[in-house]
Design a protein around this ligand. Sequence first.
Ligand code: NAD
Ligand code: DAU
Length: 329
Amino acid sequence: MRLLVCGGAGFIGSNFVRVRLRDHGDEVVVLDKLTYAGRRENLAGLDVEFVHAGIEDPGAVAGAIEGADAVVNFAAETHVDRSIAEPDAFVTTHAVGTWVLLEAARQAGVRYLQVSTDEVYGSIEEGSFTERSPLAPSSPYSATKAGADLLVASYFHTYDLPTVICRGSNNYGPRQYPEKLIPLMILNALHGDPLPVYGDGLQVRNWLYVEDFARGIGHVLAHGVAGEAYNVGGPDECPNLEVVRRIIELTGADESLLTYVKDRPGHDRRYSLGSEKVRALGWEAQVRFADGLEETVAWYQDNRAWWEPIRSGDYRAYYARQYGSAIKD
Ligand code: NAD
Ligand code: DAU
């Protein structure tokens, strides 16, 4: 297949591209705006065509989609805390960008897969969301992602565009930008910096190793029914505090680094996805959280050249704004 992968220079997109080249021999065009979270280095050594543009740019998208069999859209602003501080780009990329991509797919008659998130369902104290659960997003991030999902569904219903939506739970693994819980805690632990736990730390997330999500997306692309959404959840859930304690153990950091900080406004308590529908297509998560976390810590320990430039750049200003003090060297 020839795939147009939007947002392919980010964390999950670049892992997806790796899996497609390695296991499927696809031809891949990556279109990416290279925001703070997108990096050409994430695609180093991979045989892909690269287009530097935003998905909200109709001309660039029309050119990039030529000859594609399918569009897979990862392109997004993805950090909840940033959406609370500055929602603008979230609205533009998720609403306008998704619409531009859908229009281009419609004009070109190309299949469309939207990468979405469990956060569109909101928080759930017990049990799990199914694909029939109502959308009840809490943050500007999840609200604009839910808006994008509805736009995708409308293109199926109105124009018969063959669309599918994949809603993933919390991903972790190599090349995740260190604003997210796991890489942030790993790098802070390695540097002896405080480990900032929001609120009481008892919020629960359902952890999915990034290659498992990449394979799940491939499964839905190959076998999903047009017009449908598929939840892709991880095999294990874990309260944040326990995640941080495991990182302390794996890095050998001092437990006194654990620091309770002000909670995230509107913080969702728990996410949980029922993934029976994607399992019926033949997908199963392969990596348990305990193993994946150990591998992820090892990856960050072994790949300083990947994260050192990030920690010395704009990230420092972001970190100071978000956490109230700069990172120590
Ligand atoms: P990321 O922040 O690491 O990467 C996002 C990528 O999109 C970057 O390469 C960035 O440059 C690019 N991008 C941003 N705005 C763009 C625009 N307007 N045009 C083109 N490119 C643009 O994000 P990620 O964690 O890899 O997430 C990828 C997708 O998966 C997102 O749609 C996200 O909502 C979804 N998702 C993420 C998770 C998770 O736990 N990280 C879980 C479920 C779903
Ligand atoms: O559930 C899928 C979603 O997972 C994706 O759609 C999002 O793109 C992705 O960012 C992620 O959202 P979360 O808000 O769950 O992830 P984050 O890593 O920001 O936070 C995970 C949990 O850890 C959450 O309860 C907040 C908490 N946290 C996070 C940070 C960054 C802390 O306690 N301290 C922190 O410093």
